[in-house]
Design a protein around this ligand. Structure first.
Ligand SMILES: *Cc1c(COP(=O)(O)O)cnc(C)c1O
Length: 468
């Protein structure tokens, strides 16, 4: 199985190389050279299988010879063994036509666990085979950091350093990172903003000598393996609701476009996906784009659904590659123009087949609170603000009453207790396995917003671990 860059000028790679590379050398993102096809018979055969077995069958052709089947199967089984619900991603019916798929039963209560729990193990396997080690660095404004830490903790071949802005993440989010008791996990609280943290990470990657000395790597949302693993729950939901005989629609609260792009990927692989509805909060660049064919940046505003407070969705480039007929040069030119002017007009490409199944809907904070309250009143379900945006998008845009719509619940309501309490006066409790989060000891190093200080800390820790 080969992968090509969306900008057409990077080497063609195998799965294990794409996994470790993250971003392509030409600045593009990796996508499969061709999409493996799952026949109706194969999809029907998923019915009644466990989540991990379906994940294994879907990943197998994409992984190819990079990982032997027995190892791949045990990686996937182990990844989901600790999830808090036997079904891993249970489906609940909300009304006659709308379903909720709960993607918050992993260790950090957000959907990112579903991919990262597998990806951390894939990294360890590939690095062991190559006798290599990596230092993963990342910046987080909340959710991503804890999911990455849980994915990498206790992995022999990985040291992980996560930078968060000191006193600017919620207490639940901070504790989910700083209470992880594993020797290879290092939290750095930076005296600065999230943007400062991101700047520091970028500067470290741009420092070639440091990057090579520390073997820097990332597990961010542009990594192809994360997209691949996320396609699994689209298959699981669709088969449970009657695929391949029946077509299924999905509504997805969207930030970096990784999750909803996985739904598009599932369709390219043969799943009968009828429609993909992108849910936006006030930062609605994608919804505006889907309405007009023009992508135009605007300042990011903080909302109740912070994981969707994003200006430019990095994974959108993967869809753009298909919109432009898989012409890497056209993608590179369009994005260069976009970077220079803040505007990208699709023009004639607006009618591209790749865009036909997408719709968008936006919801502001008042609408989000009203939707949380309505759901609690009408269905008894407590949902988090991100999930509420997705459910409202499903209701606003579902095209065909004969097609079931699955809204993806991307976080547990207890991750955003303040918003949920504001909406319905009820403070959601953490699941039992996290109930002692507020009693656990925290570990964290506070550093100034200063590149040399952060690099010095990383060097020192690696030297002390004897791995530098
Ligand atoms: C990351 C995240 C999203 C956005 O997902 P993308 O793949 O970036 O579009 C939505 N909801 C929650 C809770 C998240 O953590």
């Amino acid at each position: 199985m080969k992968y090509v860059s969306t900008r057409g000028r990077a080497p063609v790679l195998e799965f294990d190389e794409v996994l470790l590379a993250g971003l392509a050398r030409d600045g593009g993102l990796y996508v499969p050279e061709t999409w493996p096809q799952f026949s109706a018979t194969e999809i029907r055969g998923f019915s009644g299988l466990g989540y991990a077995e379906i994940a294994f069958r879907i990943m197998r052709p994409f992984v190819g010879r990079a990982i032997p089947e027995a190892e791949l199967r045990s990686i996937v089984e182990e990844a989901y063994a600790g999830f808090g619900h036997k079904a891993v991603a249970p489906l609940k019916q909300l009304d006659g036509n709308t379903w909720l798929m709960e993607l918050f039963h992993g260790p950090t209560l957000a959907f990112k666990d579903y991919a990262l729990q597998v990806v951390g193990r894939l990294f360890d396997y590939v690095l062991t085979k190559r006798s290599e080690r990596v230092t993963i660095v990342g910046a987080t404004s909340g959710d991503t950091g804890s999911a990455a830490i849980e994915a990498c903790r206790d992995r022999e071949r990985i040291e992980i350093f996560i930078l968060h802005p000191k006193d600017r993440v919620s207490e639940v989010q901070r504790r989910q990172m700083t209470t992880v008791d594993a020797p290879n996990v290092h939290n750095i609280a930076v005296e600065g903003s999230f943007d400062d943290c991101q700047d520091l990470v970028k500067a470290m990657f741009n420092d070639t000598a440091f990057r090579e000395e520390m073997a820097l790597s990332a597990v961010n949302s542009i990594n192809w393996a994360r997209i691949l693993v996320q396609t699994v729950y689209y298959f699981v939901a669709a088969v449970a609701l009657g695929a391949p005989e029946r077509r299924i629609a999905f509504a997805v609260p969207t930030g970096n476009f990784g999750n909803v792009y996985a739904g598009y990927a599932a369709r390219q692989m043969g799943l009968p996906v009828a429609q993909l509805v992108v849910g936006s909060n006030r930062n609605d660049i994608l919804t505006r784009f889907l309405e007009s064919g023009v992508m135009e940046t605007a300042p990011v505003e903080p909302t109740l659904s912070p994981s969707m407070d994003i200006q430019v969705s990095s994974n959108f480039e993967r869809l753009l590659f298909d919109v432009f007929g898989r012409d890497g040069a056209a993608v590179a030119a369009a994005l260069e123009g976009f970077r220079a002017s803040g505007r990208l007009d699709l023009g004639a490409a607006r009618g591209a087949e790749a865009l036909a199944i997408f719709d968008g809907a936006r919801l502001d904070d008042d609408g989000t609170l009203a939707e949380i309250a309505r759901l609690q009143r009408e269905t008894g379900e407590l949902v988090d603000p991100h999930s509420a945006v997705g459910i409202a998008a499903a209701r606003a845009k579902a095209l065909d009453l004969a097609v079931p719509v699955v809204a993806l619940a991307t976080a547990h309501p207890a991750k955003f207790p303040d918003a949920v309490e504001r909406a319905c006066g009820h403070r959601p409790a953490l699941p039992a396995r996290l109930a002692d989060l507020y009693q656990r000891a925290e570990r964290c190093t506070v550093l100034p917003y200063d590149l040399a200080a952060v690099q010095g800390e990383i060097r020192e820790v690696r030297a002390a671990e004897g791995v530098a």
